[in-house]
Ligand binder design. Sequence first.
Ligand code: FE
Length: 212
Amino acid sequence: MSLAHDDRHAGHEHGSELSEAQIRVRALETVLVDKGYVDPAALDLLIETYETRVGPHNGARVIAKAWTDPDYRRSLLRDGGAAVASLGYPGRQGENLVALENTPQVHNLVVCTLCSCYPWPVLGLPPVWYKSAAYRSRAVADPRGVLRDFGVELPREVQIRVWDSTAEVRYLVVPMRPAGSDDWSEEELAGLVTRDSMIGTGLPRRPQERAG
Ligand code: FE
């Protein structure tokens, strides 16, 4: 209920005041609990699940496996939802998951221009900026400028492809494996995969960044 599309006012979350949406959610939650329609423990479990158990570390394991296992990479690119579920990350908002492969020629960037659609099973809940009007509009109008704001400067010859998520289709970017990570284990590689690199607003860490 309060998890996904509640929040058209997400940009106002900073600071101590509650946003309009947060106040609405709290009021609704109070009524539902008071009337006995909702068990507060169940709500807490749902929220705790998406705050701790489900998150970008899931996606990082998917990417690390795709970097080391060519068969898995092929299956991920063919049917993202099935490949992700096969690693133990099924679930809401991930059934129809499309994996997008970054190459030296093409960089993929994911947005939801309408609201905040996001691949929950692999990335958890979307960051506040993902839901902001500024990101949603600028990602389409000026993707290179958005990347620059995130500290990513791509060579001019690299094409940027922007993918607009919907209620039906969610996207996961498969970033390029960082140079110098050839002898890294799958688990070590997962430590290089950042959340933003799977949205397309960032790149994976380089091995030297991880070591430091
Ligand atoms: Fe959306």
